[in-house]
Design a protein around this ligand. Structure first.
Ligand code: FMN
Length: 373
């Protein structure tokens, strides 16, 4: 009789092939009874929690904070393949990885297959654990030029590019995309199969169309349909509107995804990952984080931001976080405006002292929502 251990090994070897695997064995390979999930050679725990790539947000200091709260996989902000090829310093810096960030993926976007392949070869030098292709960015300046979500309007080119990248690199390649271009073209169920056939190692689906941008509610039903498609064997990562431990649990229980990716809800609230993990593991909600702990966290965030930036740039880079840190505190408006206008560490520190004294023992913001869409 074959032992569980040997089944695991057999399944893993089968999974490593890029195409033509047997669905039957692949399904067993992802059975969490044997282990969590694998994205190529990257092993993640069962019900993995992933930090969404977010331009101008998920820089190294923020990623390291999230990592401390238990994120299992992180990505760079998206990086334009054309800018990588032209070796633009500011862009190349976005691919740099701190040793403690692994497992880590570099996300690339572009329109031309040749540029994408060339940029992947450069990205490899930064030693990421995987390469992620962005076919989901809805921004006009990107999607209307045929990159990001714009690729959803040319599926043959999207598939050709993906296959070429898979062939070009030894790293696992993943894709992040949306349900489709608009309401009339929600093609994700078929597209997921086609992408899998190119040899990608996992697929992230944001439950909106490009036309929706970030409006309305994420629709998880099609994400669930992809996951439950008998032909699919690669891990499916669900994304969209998860802002509480309960919603994360529902994404796993109701839609069966292998991992959830959290974006906006983690901005100013990186401890959300710890809250979600605790709830998934125990069924209990952690007591809320106190504002005084949040103050300490913000101090550390600023200190990390200052490592490779001059003071003024470090303080300004924190403004996008100050806009949401301390969300929901009573009578906080005036203090927030001061935080947003601060130009030095001294000013920020004084304000943080004040916040600690005045609001320190109040609970920090946490979502009261409990039902996933
Ligand atoms: C400010 C911001 C920047 C983003 N930048 C990226 C990006 O660089 N790459 C990407 O794939 N998605 C990007 N996204 C989309 C997120 O990764 C995620 O798919 C989306 O926010 C939905 O997840 P959420 O509801 O958990 O935020 C960005 C979203 C926001 C709000």
């Amino acid at each position: 009789m074959i032992s569980n251990r040997s089944v695991t090994t057999v399944c893993y070897q089968i999974y490593r092939g890029k195409t033509g695997e047997s669905t039957k064995f692949q399904v067993r390979a992802y059975n969490p009874y044997f282990y969590g999930m694998k994205i190529g050679s990257v092993v993640l725990p069962e019900r993995a929690l992933i930090l969404a790539p977010m331009e101008d947000i998920t820089d190294a200091p923020f990623r390291l904070l999230c990592k401390r709260f238990g994120v299992d996989l992180m990505f760079s902000e998206f990086v334009a393949s054309e800018a990588v090829i032209r070796k633009i310093d500011k862009i190349l810096m976005k691919m740099e990885i701190h040793p403690s960030e692994h497992p880590y993926g570099i996300q690339l976007y572009g329109k031309e297959t040749s540029s994408m392949v060339a940029s992947v070869k450069i990205a490899e030098q930064y030693q990421p654990d995987l390469i992620d292709l962005n076919f989901g960015c809805p921004a006009k300046k990107i999607a209307m030029k045929g990159a990001g979500a714009g690729m959803l309007r040319d599926i043959p080119q999207l598939l050709k590019m993906t296959a070429a990248v898979v062939q070009a690199t030894h790293l696992p390649v993943t894709v992040k995309t949306r349900l489709g271009w608009d309401d009339n073209s929600k093609i994700i169920v078929e597209l997921a199969e086609q992408l899998q056939d190119t040899g990608i190692a996992a697929l992230t689906i944001h439950g909106r169309t490009r036309a929706q941008m970030y409006l309305g509610e994420a629709d998880w039903t099609l994400i669930g349909e992809v996951k439950n498609n008998q032909r699919m064997y690669i891990p499916i990562i669900g994304n969209g509107d998860i802002d509480s431990p309960q919603k994360a649990k529902q994404a796993f229980d109701k839609y069966g995804v292998d991992a959830v990716m959290i974006g906006r809800a983690a901005i100013g609230r990186p401890w959300l990952f710890r809250e979600v993990r605790h709830y998934l593991d125990t069924g209990d909600l952690l007591p809320p984080q106190l504002v005084k702990d949040q103050v300490q966290l913000v101090r550390e965030h600023i200190a990390m931001s200052a490592v490779d930036r001059p003071e003024i740039r470090a303080v300004r880079s924190m403004r996008r976080f100050f806009a949401v840190y301390f969300k929901g505190l009573p009578d906080f408006r005036e203090t927030r405006v001061k935080l947003l206008q601060a130009e030095s560490f001294e000013e920020v520190n004084r304000l943080l002292d004040l916040i600690g004294e005045r609001w320190g023992y109040l609970p920090a913001y946490s979502s009261t929502e409990s039902v996933a869409k």
